[in-house]
Design a protein around this ligand. Structure first.
Ligand code: UDP
Length: 577
């Protein structure tokens, strides 16, 4: 690396939702602002989707991706450990390897940026005399709540969800009790304390970067900067630098899906997906299927096997991305055999794999796709499988012999899987496509045939929708998504929300049908305005990022201020010598 450039290190916590915006920040710093950038990625295991994202060959010049050794947290967590605590533990355990990685760098970074879970690494930034920034990969409103939470802790008695009045946030829209972020749902849980600690640590940085922009969140940004009470707590400058979103995915195994989209009329398809970890209950999955079918609209649905209860996050417990072990199974219970969304084996290899599994006498779940000739490859959408008896491609009697230890899941089968209403795929095959587990989301959202997005409102998904001018059905599940959904519907006017919270009650098919119709049909009320608003936001986001735009300038400000600080500290050092 050239030593003349300003070198920034960015620390990313695990999970697609964090990696995506961190990578985009790194790319922008390297390509638009002339910095050397090293992204330090903390992982436990990475899903194929994450590995694809982290492929160094796709990184631009002057951007280096360094995966820190996976951390082992097995002795520090239990099945009840919640997500913020889990991430806090992972990031804590990663500190020694972070320190070693920084030590080993010839050209030491001058600037250290952590994502929303990395603030405990500030002590390392101090050791290395680096300036330190937090990159909150979410909204300014969420940032305000996080930073203000320790004040609410003193002011509010009892659980936040049980309050009769909205929680006031100085200068910002108040937060409804039912919309509070997940770690604020139980004030006795460690998650709550970790979340409060994180909020306090943000103010120990030299500045807070956020994946938002001035026109999107003017009120909350003004509050963070100017409101007397808020200012006295935030203490450091805030920099809206978004919308940073994942670029369109490279061509992959889903080309049949895109060919199908190519054949659909403009803005006629609703895309349904719940992020990298969202799942629904079995009952909700059935209602959603009926809602889609009754609406008679075209759809692409990324289907994940349902879980019990009202649904929520399967983050980390199910592999997020195409190859994860299903949520319903305990870790290490079995071996999960799958070849992503499009991989197939040859007939000979399939037989060998079958015998290998049987001989191992281990429990397994195998996502079977019929073999193709030769050495395997991609067969997405062209194949079907899923027999009642042992299929032709497996050795005779295999299913009978292994029925106590193994399950073969014909997930990719043209026949309707058990979790959907009988005959659903047959009845909807002209209008809809069900994609198992994972889809190239940005490619879909940027396709001209897509006119709506039923989303769990993860902030990346939200930005990807808004940046493509696509209005939404806001279906929040976990984390800060209830706040995002409220903002999308009430402040930005680009979404409709179910009347009940999907994590509390089942959203019935009639309501789903109605919401889909509202978002997709221009002759029904709501849609036109939402559509226009979404297009306006698309343009305003684009302008914010363009040279001279508010987010571009904000990023320049961070860099200039940092260079200035460094210059002054060098001068001071020289004077002292
Ligand atoms: N994603 C995708 N295909 C899928 C599901 C998700 O490419 O089938 C990507 C999506 O484009 C987004 C990220 O995964 O960039 C999910 O991030 P988000 O913040 O929306 O939600 P999270 O997964 O963190 O809950």
């Amino acid at each position: 690396m050239e030593s003349t450039k300003l070198h920034a290190a960015i620390l990313s916590s695990p999970g697609m939702g964090h990696l995506v915006p961190v990578l985009e920040l790194g790319k922008r710093l390297a390509t638009h602002h002339g910095l050397e950038v090293t992204i330090l990625v903390v992982t436990t295991h990475s899903s194929p989707a994450e590995s694809q994202l982290l492929d160094p060959s796709t990184a631009p010049k002057h951007l280096r991706i360094l995966q820190l050794p996976p951390v082992d947290i097995s002795s520090l967590v239990n099945p009840d450990t919640k997500i913020v605590t889990l991430l806090a533990i992972i990031m804590r355990q990663a500190r020694p390897s972070l320190r070693s990685a920084l030590c080993a760098m010839e050209h030491r970074p001058a600037m250290f940026i952590v994502d929303l879970f990395g603030s405990e690494a500030f002590e390392i930034a101090n050791e290395f005399n680096m300036s330190k920034y937090v990159f909150v990969t979410s909204t300014a409103w969420f940032t305000a709540l996080t930073i203000y939470c320790h004040v609410l802790d003193k002011e509010v008695e009892g659980e936040y969800v049980d309050q009769n009045e909205p929680l006031s946030l100085p200068g910002c829209k108040p937060v409804r009790p039912e919309d509070v972020v997940d770690p604020m749902l139980d004030r006795t849980n460690q998650d709550y304390y970790e979340y409060m600690r994180i909020g306090v640590e943000y103010s120990l940085s030299d500045g807070i970067l956020m994946n938002t922009w001035e026109d999107l969140e003017g009120t909350s940004l003004k509050a963070l900067r100017d409101h007397k009470i808020m200012r006295s707590i935030v203490k450091v400058p805030v920099y809206p630098i978004g919308p940073l979103t994942k670029p369109v995915e490279p061509a992959g195994p889903n080309s049949e899906l895109l060919e199908w989209l190519d054949k659909q009329p403009s803005e006629s398809v609703i895309y349904v997906s719940f992020g990298s970890g969202g799942t629904l209950s079995a009952e909700q999955t059935i209602e959603l299927a009926w809602g889609l079918e009754l609406s008679q609209q075209r759809f692409v649905w990324v289907l994940r096997p349902p879980i019990e209860g009202h649904g929520g996050s399967s983050f980390f417990t199910s592999g997020s991305g195409p190859d994860g072990t299903p949520d319903c199974l305990p870790d290490g219970f079995l071996i999960y055999v799958s070849f992503g969304s499009g991989g197939t084996l040859s007939a000979e290899q399939t037989i060998e794999l079958v015998w290998g599994l049987e001989l191992s006498q281990q429990r397994f779940v195998w996502v079977l796709r019929p073999p193709i000739e030769g050495h395997g490859g991609s067969s997405f959408f062209t194949s079907g499988s899923g027999p009642d008896g042992t299929p032709d491609c497996l050795p005779d009697g295999f299913l009978t012999r292994t029925h106590n230890v193994g399950v073969v899941v014909p997930l990719w089968a043209p026949q309707t899987p058990d979790c959907l209403p009988d005959g659903f795929l047959t009845r909807t095959h002209n209008v809809g496509v069900v994609v198992p587990l994972w889809a190239p989301q940005v490619k879909i959202l940027s396709h001209p045939s897509v006119g709506g997005f039923l989303s769990h409102c993860g902030w990346n998904s939200t930005l990807e929708s808004v940046s493509n001018g696509v209005p939404m059905i806001a279906w929040p599940l976990y984390a800060e998504q209830r706040m995002n959904a409220t903002m999308l519907e009430e402040e930005l006017g680009v979404a409709v929300k179910p009347k009940v919270l999907p994590t509390k009650k089942v959203v019935r098919r009639e309501e789903i049908e109605e919401m889909v119709t509202i978002v997709m049909e221009s002759n029904k009320h709501g849609r036109k305005e939402m559509k226009e608003r979404a297009k306006e936001l698309k343009n305003s986001g684009k302008n914010a990022l363009s040279k001279g735009g508010s987010s571009y300038k904000s990023m320049c400000e961070v860099i200039n201020k940092d260079c200035q600080l460094r210059l002054e500290s060098h001068k001071l050092q020289a004077l002292q010598q």
